[in-house]
Ligand binder design. Structure first.
Ligand SMILES: [Cu+2]
Length: 220
């Protein structure tokens, strides 16, 4: 899994009647955030209690991006995980901003940090997911299973990576996100969907419902 910023050209950002989200950083750049090339948007209803009210096309992930989604691809980034699975996440910092290490937080369960660092290849000035996977194939993406720390938040070293593992034993829709609020609002989030609706208790009778609160996205 990789995360990076997408830098808008203002002339593509300020097209009439478009309302793209962006963050202006001190350098003056206009950014949005991508995890596996997707900028998360909230679904039009809560998945836990109203999953039937969310069009399936809303959901996406790195293996299943909507066609014609564009470089700032906005959809509800969700990864399905079977209940009870052992999950390993390798998160690679492609933002490459000096002194910026994104604190990633997982709801619903804690995770073991089994690896963390930067590329041992000093000729690599900027790490990316491809390089991290190559390191892994060569057995050079180090994992230490001796008393790994159990955390619910971990700072991903800038220009580096984190390897985390957890057992998906808590069914539900759990947000995994950078904890900088200004990165949450530009989409540095995704949902780990653990289990199926059958693994969850039923929605209580007369449970309050809510509807769409975000403008429709343009790729529908
Ligand atoms: Cu961040």
């Amino acid at each position: 899994m990789r995360k990076r910023f997408y830098v808008y050209e203002p002339k593509t950002l300020f097209i009439p009647n478009t309302y793209n989200r962006f963050l202006v950083v001190p350098s003056g750049d206009h950014l949005t955030s991508l995890v596996d090339e997707i900028s998360y948007i909230s679904p039009p209803a809560p998945p836990l209690s109203q999953s039937e009210d969310i069009p399936p096309e809303y959901f996406c992930n790195g293996d299943n991006r909507p066609p014609n989604c564009g470089p700032n691809c906005e959809c509800t980034h969700m990864v399905d995980i079977p209940l009870g699975a052992i999950v390993e996440v390798v998160l690679v910092d492609e933002v490459q901003q000096v002194n910026l290490s994104h604190p990633f937080h997982l709801h619903g369960t804690a995770f073991y940090v089994v690896g963390l660092g930067r590329s041992p290849d000093k000729s690599i000035k900027k790490i990316n997911l491809k390089h991290a996977l190559e390191l892994d194939q060569m057995g050079m993406l180090e994992r230490d299973f001796s008393k790994p720390p159990l955390k619910d938040t971990i700072a991903v070293p800038n220009n580096g990576y984190v390897v985390m593992r957890f057992r998906a034993d808590n069914p539900g829709y759990w947000l995994f996100h950078c904890h900088f609020l200004f990165h949450i609002v530009i989409g540095m989030n995704l949902i780990f969907h653990i289990g199926t609706p059958a693994d969850l208790p039923p929605v209580p009778p007369r449970f309050p419902k809510c509807g769409d609160h975000v403008p429709p996205v343009t790729w529908f």
